[in-house]
Design a protein around this ligand. Sequence first.
Ligand code: KG4
Ligand code: ZN
Length: 316
Amino acid sequence: METSCDETAAAVVTDVGEMRANVVSSQADLHARFGGVVPEIASRRHLELVVPVVREALAQAGATLDDIQTVAVTQGPGLIGALLVGLSAAKALAWARRLPLVPVDHLHGHVASLYLEPHPLEPPFLCLLASGGHTMLLHVREPGAHTVLGTTLDDAAGEAFDKGARLLSLGYPGGAELDRLAREGDPEAFGFPVARVAGLDFSFSGVKTALLYEVRGLEHELPERRADLAASYQRAIVRALVERTRAAAEQTGAERIAVVGGVAANAELRASLPEAKAPPLELCTDNAAMIASAARFAEAVPYPRYLALDAYASAS
Ligand code: KG4
Ligand code: ZN
């Protein structure tokens, strides 16, 4: 189960990583008019959806609770109230059936989206994790064990996409919408800079400000330049991600590269890093199959000790 942000998700995955069901109920529509996720609204909606979503996953898998051996759930990082709904529901389910429970770190979950059948990737590899909350370069030594080589100093790449989409009036969350609009525009029309920071870190706050100034300067010309702006803005973000990923691969001598997280769904990023393995689109954005996948490589907490577990909002 996964409820760290605004997706209520449940999946059924076998112990060898075959996906039997992967149900995601997005609350995006509910938050769109606020221009972002409202934590309290997210928690309440998770509360309403968590049981139906679990039921739906079981139904799609042709399974009942009798077939479930382990319950896995995202413990953090994320919105604390949202996480607590998933964690409490998972505890209740596991406790009622006397099953073990595996608390999973959301970031490990994104990486573990690569371990699902039918084409699992085997560590070691270099992994770019780019989502709405994180942008990191990881050296993955083995499932569940990685070293952070670089991270964003300010905004996450997905956040940059969302803020750019908002400036272009594309709604929330705007990453996928900006991706679509960019296909109709000229990526060289505007020269958006992306800050070059030392080492393998990222910075995306400057490019967002550059877009803001262009949008203001264009005034009434804006409507006919939106596609060009989207394409050029996306080009700048993707370039930064690709450059840093290739630099990290060179430095570490990594033979395999992977990209995961919501931004890994981006068409230009996937095309610009053809050597990288990327999960299918539905496994890039938040889902529960990746959480179940990660649980296969983590230690389960036996009944009933997990009742004492707490959720955590941030990584450390
Ligand atoms: O991994 P994810 O579902 O949630 C987090 O853990 O944050 O990532 C969501 C992020 C959002 O910022 C969304 O705009 C972005 O991924 N995203 C995209 C695309 N699809 C989702 N960004 C660029 N292009 C896309 N096609
Ligand atoms: Zn995520």
